[in-house]
Every structure is written in structure tokens, then in C-alpha cells.
Ligand binder design. Structure first.
Ligand code: FAD
Length: 117
């Protein structure tokens, strides 16, 4: 089957959206189990990402820049810089990671405000 750049880009946008939104909801003070979960998630995400070329390249980036999982801020900043590395490779503009704060909203309100904030 032919490569379809439109579909591939759509998959990318959807995936980044999920990834950054997850980081925006990662606990401010993660437990050891939370940290392990995010590290494992990223390894499996990189391994199973459906575009093989993208996955291979992203696995290389993960090796070089292991996930930062010590806090929500660190995790969100790390994911932003990973996305910027991919942007760079694809000749896309860099995103200002200082503005990531309120950019990704899951729309799920304060349902867990008593859990980890
Ligand atoms: P995207 O890069 O999809 O970004 C979507 C939106 O996120 C942007 O409009 C902007 O609002 C915001 N954004 C941009 N940069 C950041 C950032 N640093 N942090 C937070 N938010 C940001 N495509 C390929 O052709 N080759 C590849 O090798 C490849 N590898 C990929 C690897 C992974 C892990 C993923 C998830 C995607 C990959 N893609 C790859 C897809 C590619 O990254 C884009 O998603 C796709 O090209 C669509 O680009 P876009 O310009 O719409 O914006």
C-alpha cells in the first residue's frame, strides 16, 4: 500500500495530543509506581507506535533522553522537548515549552482534585 502523508500526519497530531494531555494530568507528586508507569508507557508507546519509521526514530530519542518522571512539570517539559526534537527533524517550527501550562486541557474538570493536587 502507498504511504499516505495526510493520514500519517493525522495519527501524529492525535498521538501528540494524547501524550501532552496525559503529561498535563500526571501527578504533581508522583509515587514510585506512577513514575514506573510513565516510563513503561513511553517505552511501549515508542515500541508500538504504528508508523514504523517514526517508532524507530523515537526509540532512538528515548534512549538518548530517558523520560523525566519526577513531577508533572518535568514530565510535561520532557514531552515538549521530545516533540520539538521530532519537529526539528521534520523541519517544523519549535514550540515554546514555557507556554505548555494551560495548552493541554483534558476537559475532565476537577474530578480528581482530592487525589493528587
Ligand atoms: P504536530 O507536530 O502533530 O503537533 C500538533 C500540535 O501540537 C501543533 O499544532 C502545536 O499546537 C502543538 N505542538 C507542536 N510542537 C509541540 C511541542 N514541542 N510540545 C507540545 N505541543 C506542541 N512524522 C513523520 O513524517 N516522520 C516521523 O519520523 C515522525 N515521527 C513521529 C514520532 C512520534 C512519536 C509521533 C507522535 C509523531 C511522529 N510523526 C512523524 C508525526 C509528526 O510529528 C506530526 O504529528 C505530523 O507531521 C503532523 O504535524 P503538525 O504540523 O500537524 O503538528
Amino acid at each position: 500500500k502507498l504511504e499516505n502523508a495526510t493520514i500519517k500526519a493525522e495519527l501524529g497530531r492525535a498521538s501528540w495530543k494524547l501524550l501532552h494531555t496525559m503529561m498535563a494530568r500526571f501527578p504533581e507528586k508522583p509515587t514510585e509506581d506512577d513514575k514506573m508507569a510513565l516510563k513503561t508507557y513511553m517505552q511501549l508507546f515508542a515500541r508500538l507506535y504504528p508508523c514504523g519509521d517514526c517508532a524507530r526514530h523515537f526509540q532512538g530519542l528515548l534512549k538518548k533522553y530517558p523520560p523525566q518522571v519526577s513531577s508533572r512539570n518535568n514530565a510535561a517539559g520532557w514531552a515538549c522537548s521530545m516533540h520539538n526534537l521530532v519537529n526539528e527533524r521534520l523541519h517544523k517550527p519549535q514550540f515554546n515549552c514555557n507556554n505548555i501550562g494551560d495548552f493541554y486541557d483534558c476537559g475532565c474538570g476537577d474530578e480528581d482534585k482530592n487525589k493528587d493536587k
